[in-house]
Design a protein around this ligand. Structure first.
Ligand SMILES: Nc1ncnc2c1ncn2[C@@H]1O[C@H](COP(=O)(O)OP(=O)(O)OP(=O)(O)O)[C@@H](O)[C@H]1O
Length: 237
């Protein structure tokens, strides 16, 4: 798919340095170090329960790390106060969650307008941007459709249109192909690729090999040491 909309480039890599996550003495993953460069798509892979979603949440600053640090744009970002994280959500991070986080009773247009709230745009510019984003995802002219009338694939396109409007430098995606058929899954991967091609850092938690094989690099949690301190590792689920 071609991209006609301007996207924001990331300012440098998002770096993870020795990060770990511990729940009640159990290390889900630990001592992970990797770099997510601008312009690339990275898949977080591993078996069910390996901690893919948890790692995506930690990279998106939605959950705290137990150890290690995250840096972006030469700035440590994992231990920021709430207000600074909120600012990063307005300016830097975009998310696509499994349930798309759309308001079902609202129209497509109203859901998309939320992404432009802080951008101080004239009404006509706002309408044009929404219209362009909807054309970009193949839903041109559907502004007034309520979300609950849309299929899962269409809802995901709306969620993607919202990402386009938000123009994030870092995009965190959780299981993009869950509950989608092959065609819709391929479409969403192509859409995420347009964000990476525009210079964004795209990181995707997935159990789907068709998604991970479309990425430029993997963070495989099968390789992450885990277990309780002083005991053998937990059995595979
Ligand atoms: N807040 C929490 N407190 C305790 N345990 C948690 C918490 N959040 C997640 N877990 C546990 O961490 C493990 C990993 O969960 P996570 O959803 O990250 O794995 P996943 O690899 O994404 O799994 P799946 O592929 O099945 O979605 C699970 O056993 C889960 O119960």
């Amino acid at each position: 798919m071609s991209s006609t909309l301007p996207l924001d480039s990331a300012r440098g890599p998002l770096n993870a340095d020795g990060i770990g996550k511990n729940f009640d003495g159990y290390w889900l993953w630990e001592d992970l170090s990797f770099s997510l460069p601008p312009g690339t798509m990275t898949a977080i892979t591993g078996q069910s329960g390996a901690g893919k979603t948890t790692l995506a949440n930690c990279l998106g600053l939605l959950e705290p790390l137990s150890t290690g640090r995250l840096t972006y744009d030469d700035r440590r970002i994992d231990s920021l106060p709430r207000r600074a994280i909120a600012q990063l959500y307005r300016t830097t991070f975009g998310f696509m969650f499994q349930n798309f986080a759309l308001v079902e009773q609202w129209t497509i247009k109203k859901n998309l307008a939320v992404a432009l709230e802080n951008k101080n745009l004239r009404g006509s510019t706002r309408r044009q941007r929404i219209s362009d984003a909807l054309h970009e995802v193949g839903l041109g002219g559907r502004e007034q459709d309520p979300i609950h009338m849309l299929s899962g694939g269409e809802q995901q396109r709306v969620a993607f249109a919202r990402l386009i409007l938000h123009r994030p430098q870092i995009v965190v995606v959780d299981e993009p192909s869950a509950s989608l058929d092959e065609t819709n899954s391929a479409t969403i991967i192509a859409m995420l690729r347009t964000l990476a091609d525009g210079g964004a850092i795209v990181v995707i938690s997935t159990h789907d090999t068709s998604v991970s094989s479309a990425c430029d690099q993997l963070v495989d949690l099968a390789d992450a040491a885990h277990g309780t301190e002083g005991s053998s590792p937990a059995p595979a689920l």
